[in-house]
Design a protein around this ligand. Structure first.
Ligand SMILES: NC(=O)C1=CN([C@@H]2O[C@H](COP(=O)(O)OP(=O)(O)OC[C@H]3O[C@@H](n4cnc5c(N)ncnc54)[C@H](OP(=O)(O)O)[C@@H]3O)[C@@H](O)[C@H]2O)C=CC1
Ligand SMILES: N[C@@H](CC=O)C(=O)O
Ligand code: NA
Length: 434
């Protein structure tokens, strides 16, 4: 018995998926039982890097989502609508859904999973986070044994590619972004990548799985990489750090029930010590470091975007569903594959966060400026780990400060007072340090 696939979207990931399905040799034997039944696109006349019989292509995506012959709908069109409605329609017609769409799942996950649970079908999303890296399934299965304390990831390939090339070549942000788009890494609208929104969607999904509750996107603090300059990358390098866009979900490891405690949820460019395992993750690669009890640290590493790797995750989900369809006669929710979270996780305010900071100041070149910075920081309980004055440019001194662990609220108050001092010209960058 074969399984019929309705593919929605034949772009970067859709083409990669179709290519795997069309060449099953040497892969898992189940793949031979998967058949592309129909493919939905926006423009049938487009030239594509794949040969499919032209009569299976259509622009009527709803007809695919409701086609009684189709077992599994694979949503690879991206964006919120019509992707969400098509998934819901497919579920209502008793079809399983595989998607790479983190934007829809992070916003409408509760609605979609509730509908799927009611209908006894699966919604699988391995490709939505970490591209080809198996991380969703391990979090649902093997890591479910551990109490997870933190998930820290480099989970946007485009920004990691940009930051790596800025670091290695001193390259210009705009040129590197154009390359990432040409390579098929970036979203249709790359602001989602650059402003951290794609990573925010993904950490919402990872946190929900790791901490066993629903996550509201608005609870996640998010900063992108637009404000990261070549100067900061160079200073970080001198101080033995690299700058990475990190997505972080953490609970207090002393609490044994992370589902009811406050979580830290944040995405921001971060100075990462060069000795940290995440510091060496470069280019389009992603990595997710998971820490828990009793597992300790586990790191998942691999290609976080791109046609083939992402398609590999899509097909692995199709295979998991096909395996269940082959062995189960009744549609019952497999407890390790379905999602049944009910409550929303609580999040801690950023003011309460305890972290180290890096800040770069442009000041008048007067004696005693460093002393003044020390005094204002000190009066807010902010102690300094290092202070470097690197020289004078345009009659302004550049001073870089790294703090010890401090409360973010205290640090921000000190900065506000420092900013109003006569000797301060500007504070061009403030970044957190891992
Ligand atoms: N690219 C990557 O590396 C990764 C992407 N993803 C996710 O995978 C999904 C797909 O991304 P990607 O392949 O890059 O996207 P593309 O833009 O390359 O492809 C989108 C495809 O969907 C079709 N499409 C879009 N909107 C419609 C519509 N309204 N009606 C009919 N067809 C439509 C397009 O048709 P046409 O070709 O005719 O224009 C195209 O074939 C997204 O959710 C993305 O976030 C996840 C991980 C990595
Ligand atoms: N635009 C995303 C694609 C994968 O999710 C990225 O750059 O990581
Ligand atoms: Na993945």
């Amino acid at each position: 018995m074969g399984f019929k696939i309705g593919l929605l979207g034949l772009g970067t990931v859709g083409i990669g998926t179709a290519k795997i399905l069309l060449s099953p040799e040497g892969r898992h034997p189940l793949i031979q039982e998967l058949e592309i039944h129909r493919v939905g696109v926006r423009d049938i006349s487009k030239t594509r890097d794949i040969n499919l019989p032209s009569d299976i292509l259509t622009t009527d995506l709803e007809a695919i989502a409701t086609d009684p012959q189709i077992d599994i709908i694979v949503e690879l069109i991206g964006g919120l609508e019509p992707a969400r409605s098509l998934m819901l329609k497919a579920i209502a017609h008793g079809k399983h859904v595989v998607t790479a769409n983190k934007a829809v799942i992070s916003r409408y996950g509760p609605e979609i999973f509730e509908a799927a649970n009611e209908k006894g079908v699966y919604v699988m999303l391995e490709a939505a986070v970490g591209g080809g890296i198996p991380v969703i399934q391990p979090l649902k299965e093997s890591l479910g044994v551990s109490r997870i304390h933190s998930v820290i990831g480099i989970i946007n390939g485009t920004t990691n590619y940009i930051l790596t090339r800025m670091q290695k070549e001193g390259a210009d942000f705009a040129d590197v972004l154009a390359d990432a788009q040409n390579l098929g890494y970036a979203e249709a609208d790359p602001t989602a990548d650059v402003d951290g929104l794609d990573a925010k969607d993904k950490i919402a999904i990872l946190a929900s799985l790791a901490f066993g509750g629903l996550i509201k996107l608005e609870d996640i603090h998010c900063e992108g990489i637009r404000q990261v300059t070549a100067a900061d990358i160079a200073y970080a390098d001198r101080l033995d750090f690299v700058i990475k866009l990190l997505a972080i979900a953490k609970c207090d490891p002393n609490n044994t029930n992370p589902t009811t405690d406050e979580l830290q949820l944040r995405v921001h460019p971060t100075l990462v010590p060069k000795t940290h395992p995440l510091a060496s993750i470069n280019d389009v690669y992603n990595a997710i470091l998971v820490e828990g009890e009793p597992i300790g640290q586990v790191m998942f590493f691999g290609p976080g975007a791109g046609s083939g790797p992402t398609a590999s995750a899509v097909v692995s989900d199709i295979m998991s569903i096909a395996a269940i369809l082959k062995t189960e006669t009744e549609p019952i929710a497999h407890p390790l594959l379905s999602c049944t979270h009910q409550h929303y996780c609580e999040t801690a305010s950023m003011a309460e966060l305890v972290t180290r900071f890096y800040a770069r100041f442009l000041t008048k070149d007067h004696p005693g400026v460093i002393g003044k910075l020390g005094t204002f920081f000190g009066s807010h309980d902010v102690s300094l780990e290092s202070v470097v004055q690197t020289g004078v440019h345009d009659r302004l001194a550049e001073i870089v400060v790294v703090t010890h662990d401090v409360k973010e609220g205290n640090f921000r108050q000190a900065l506000e007072e420092i900013q109003s001092l006569d000797v301060i010209d500007s504070i061009p960058s403030v970044l957190r340090v891992l």
